[in-house]
Ligand binder design. Sequence first.
Ligand code: HGY
Ligand code: MN
Ligand code: MN
Length: 417
Amino acid sequence: MSQNPAKIQIDSKRLSVELEHLATFSDAPAPAVTRILWTQADQGARAYLKSLSDAAGFKWREDALGNTFIRLEGTDSSLSAVATGSHIDAIPFSGRFDGTVGVLGGLEALRAVQNSGLKPRRSLELIVFTAEEPTRFGVGCLGSRAMSGALDAAKLESYTDGDGVNLNDARAAAGYSGSLEGLVLPEGFYHAFVELHIEQGPLLEAEGQGIGLVTAIAAPASLILKLEGEGGHAGAMLMSLRRDVLVAAAEIVLEVERAALFAGSEDSVATVGRILNHPNNINAVPSSLELGLDIRDIDALRRDGMVAQTLEAAHEICTRRKIALEVGWLNQDPPARSSEWVLAAARAACLELGISPREMVSRAYHDSLFMARVCPMAMIFIPCFKGYSHRPDEFSAEADIGCGVEILARTLLKLAN
Ligand code: HGY
Ligand code: MN
Ligand code: MN
């Protein structure tokens, strides 16, 4: 059977309509999107996706955590499948392209292969990962961590959300039951994994490039610092009597920035994106506080050096200010490198379309970070407007999305044959 990829036709118009419709499953006013794990909005989006799978005649299944697998059967069922996929959950007040381009784009790639009449030897499987974002339970990539064995059932069941709802109760309320023990994928379950995603950075657009190929994914570490001091009346409490946790936190935040600025590489980044200040009243001296730290680097040692420097400074600041400090780790993951032969398949697909892809690192993490522990992995990036992401004005052009999907479809076909 000729495997002439020229028969691959991407319906970018239909894909754009589907992306816009998916964005309507949201708890934020458009163009912002908020779609938190297992909320009504998330469940509506999942149902919509399954309806598109049914309409295309694909089979889908879900695991006990809600990871969803949409499958186009290959000609040789004895061979392990080639997978693609991403996420549809969205952090509060974010955009409509982060993750969804890899999910609906992956579905369009499977439809294009199906409609082309080309029969891949290996089945193609689209994975919609549960909770790539850390919003609800504090840790991201729950689905791909579980599938790769980076997170076991006991740890999953220990998570509770900001309202004190346990993960098991939350998933049961969303209709997911069954043991979380069986989530880990057996060795060799997939032949390869390729994820299509917006770059979430400015390089491709600034350089006028249409396609990026990711060679490595940054290693994220997330921590929660809890500070306990002495609060009181903003007017009556003398400065000498205060142990003001917000002032201590201000010093710590500057130390986080300093650790990244002086780490010696532009790949070193550190953010304090979350602060819970108590009692958070204009006329009360803050008495307790939580800081959420996100520290990343392509180089795990350099990343750990930033963390160590930050924690040393935090302990010094809190000791000096007589404030109790408790450090809680959320995750500390190694970086991932893309597989050379999966990248080679993507390069060959680009060559067929006369595209010379821009090789680059991903400063954002993705489910690919954990799928790299399951099978050889690579990522395909497309440009997004000014690199904006995790904000309502996140945007990728229909033509860029269509091109990314065509490269994905051709890459999957190469890996499947
Ligand atoms: O934070 C990240 O890198 C991803 O968008 N969850
Ligand atoms: Mn994201
Ligand atoms: Mn994402």
